[in-house]
Design a protein around this ligand. Structure first.
Ligand SMILES: Nc1ncnc2c1ncn2[C@@H]1O[C@H](COP(=O)(O)OP(=O)(O)OP(=O)(O)O)[C@@H](O)[C@H]1O
Ligand SMILES: [Mg+2]
Length: 225
């Protein structure tokens, strides 16, 4: 059974004047790595906002198990079920890696006295250990920040992990490392992992690739003749 299912999903900005997504019918299952590709402006980040419950479909719907995402408790969905790695990380630069992960646990209402140990364990999973875990994230490299952002997205153990261009600015080795983290989360931990990407390497490693078509030059007026 799919954990997320798009049913004729559509989205427009500007009260319908800027249609970006139209009639999407994708399905996502646990245990698989998905890549969503498409040109710049095709609507990939928009789709992730809808999947993460930050925005609401303007037509069709997204089903999470058998619930319409627009009708469920969105706060609960966002703090329990989906973890998001944003295009620009959204880490707090003056906090260190452990503090960033702990803060996310607190926001999600994670209970229990083992939070710090759990944060360190998540960071170790993405190879952020020792002094790296204690350094303010603004003093970490782009690839290291990317990995902290992945650990943070996992802080409340979500079943679905969404990532927006997670290998965007990384060299090929670091890109491979990040891909293998995502692949492991899907294949060894049975999570549903959805990655938006321009990278052919990421798309190649995915179990399923959905290609978003640009439905029109959103926001642009037709050229006058
Ligand atoms: N708040 C907004 N209001 C109006 N139009 C918007 C808004 N946000 C995005 N758009 C437009 O919607 C389209 C899709 O944007 P989106 O950010 O989803 O693209 P993308 O596929 O993620 O692109 P990229 O690969 O460059 O990150 C673009 O044409 C963009 O200009
Ligand atoms: Mg984008």
């Amino acid at each position: 059974m799919s954990i997320l299912k798009l049913e004729n999903l559509g989205y427009s900005y500007d009260s319908g004047k800027t249609p970006v997504l139209e009639n999407l019918n994708y399905e996502f299952e646990n245990g698989k790595l998905y890549a969503v590709t498409g040109r710049s402006g095709a609507g990939k980040t928009t789709l992730l906002s809808l999947l993460s419950g930050l925005a609401t479909a303007t037509s069709g719907r997204i089903m999470y198990l058998d619930c319409d995402v627009s009708k469920i408790d969105r706060y609960r969905y966002r703090s329990r079920s989906v973890g998001v790695v944003f295009q620009n990380f959204n880490l707090l630069p003056h906090l260190n890696a452990v503090e960033n992960v702990l803060l996310s646990m607190d926001i999600a209402g994670v209970k229990g006295g083992m939070k710090k140990a759990k944060a360190l364990e998540l960071l170790a999973k993405v190879d952020i250990t020792g002094p790296l875990a204690k350094r303010r994230v603004l003093k970490l490299s782009g690839g290291e920040q990317q990995r902290v952002a992945i650990a943070r997205a996992l802080s409340f153990d979500p079943q679905i992990l969404l990532a927006d261009e997670p290998t965007g600015n990384l060299d090929l080795d670091t890109q491979d490392q990040v891909i293998s983290i995502f692949s492991n989360l899907a294949h060894a931990e049975n999570k549903c992992v959805i990655i938006v990407t321009h990278s052919p390497q990421v798309a190649q490693s995915a179990d399923v690739v959905y290609q978003l078509k640009t439905i029109r030059s959103a926001g642009k007026q037709p050229a006058k003749t």
